[in-house]
Design a protein around this ligand. Structure first.
Ligand code: PDD
Length: 284
């Protein structure tokens, strides 16, 4: 049984509880982060912490734990659960109060929970084979840059992908791909240019995206941050997605059509290799 963190306490998962009045539960009034763990250490903790602070700020939410306290808590969870490889999930909500659309009084304490999840990341079989995705209309709200727990549409999209024999969905607004349900989306053109949507309110600023684009630039690969269309995917040499849960994941088929040669391409493979190496070197 796992040990989880709830509002300052480490407890067995079956003893953990939060109020039924929690605004995270009633209004999806909360934000989250998912940090990967390799070799029992945290990958890009500060990137995730910085984005958490931004998400909280955009929603006028406060956070009772400092960077160092959060780091110590993440490390304690990893240790208590003997986690070698996997994830730490952290969620912060506006706390519990009588149900009202308006925010509760300033002094209402937020709810902070965290737990670990085992996951094979480096040797994930899907990374060798590549994954299939479908495209679906992006029906999410207009502030996808904030990492909120409001994930019903991505969840429905993910189920639709499964029904169609795919692993995930790429979301499309006005004919242009925004991002995946829980990852950022990329194509590599026949000329070898990596294309991924530019940052805006329409996508999440991925922590893995940032590191991977830095790796690509170091390797002298050309990167264009701009929207790309569904038609451009058909012409692409490769496609891939990135997230803390999958690192760099080759995409071999979109909407039933093979991308490039229909197998993981050299750019995705190289970026995955370098990203993992760099993460192992820098994890804390
Ligand atoms: N999702 N875009 C969306 C919509 C996401 O939900 C995520 C991450 C990303 C990639 O962000 P990062 O590289 O920082 O993980 C992009 C997490 C992993 C999740 O919901 O499980």
């Amino acid at each position: 049984m796992r040990t989880v963190f709830v509002n300052g306490k480490y407890v067995p998962e079956d003893e953990a509880s939060i109020s039924i009045f929690d605004r995270g539960f009633l209004f999806a009034d909360g934000v989250y982060e998912v940090t990967s763990v390799l070799d029992g250490r945290l990958v890009d903790f500060d990137g995730h912490f910085t984005r958490l602070r931004r998400s909280l700020g955009e929603l006028e939410m406060k956070m009772e734990m400092s960077r160092n306290e959060l780091l110590a808590m993440h490390r304690a969870l990893v240790e208590k659960n003997n986690l070698e490889e996997g994830l730490v999930y952290l969620q912060v909500t506006r706390g519990a109060a009588d149900r009202d659309f308006a925010f509760p009084p300033e002094d209402t304490p937020g709810t902070i929970i965290a737990f670990t999840q085992d996951k094979t990341l480096i040797d994930a079989p899907s990374a060798k084979e590549g994954i299939k995705v479908i495209t679906l209309e992006d029906l999410r709200w207009g502030r996808c840059d904030i990492k909120t727990v409001q994930l019903l549409y991505p969840s429905l999209a993910s189920m639709e992908a499964r029904k169609q024999g795919a692993k995930g969905a790429w979301l499309v607004r006005d004919g242009m791909v925004t991002e995946g349900t829980a990852n950022n989306a990329y194509i590599v053109t026949k000329e070898g240019v990596i294309v991924t949507r530019d940052l805006s309110h329409e996508i999440l600023s991925g922590i893995t995206r940032k590191s991977v684009l830095e790796c690509a630039k170091k390797l002298q690969m050309k990167v264009e941050e701009r929207p790309f269309s569904v038609e451009e995917i058909a012409d692409a040499a490769e496609a891939f997605t990135t997230a803390a849960t999958i690192f760099v994941m080759p995409v071999i088929e979109v909407d039933g059509k093979a991308v490039g040669e229909g197998k993981p391409g050299p750019v995705a493979k190289k970026l995955r290799e370098i990203y993992i190496k760099q993460s192992l070197d820098n994890a804390i």
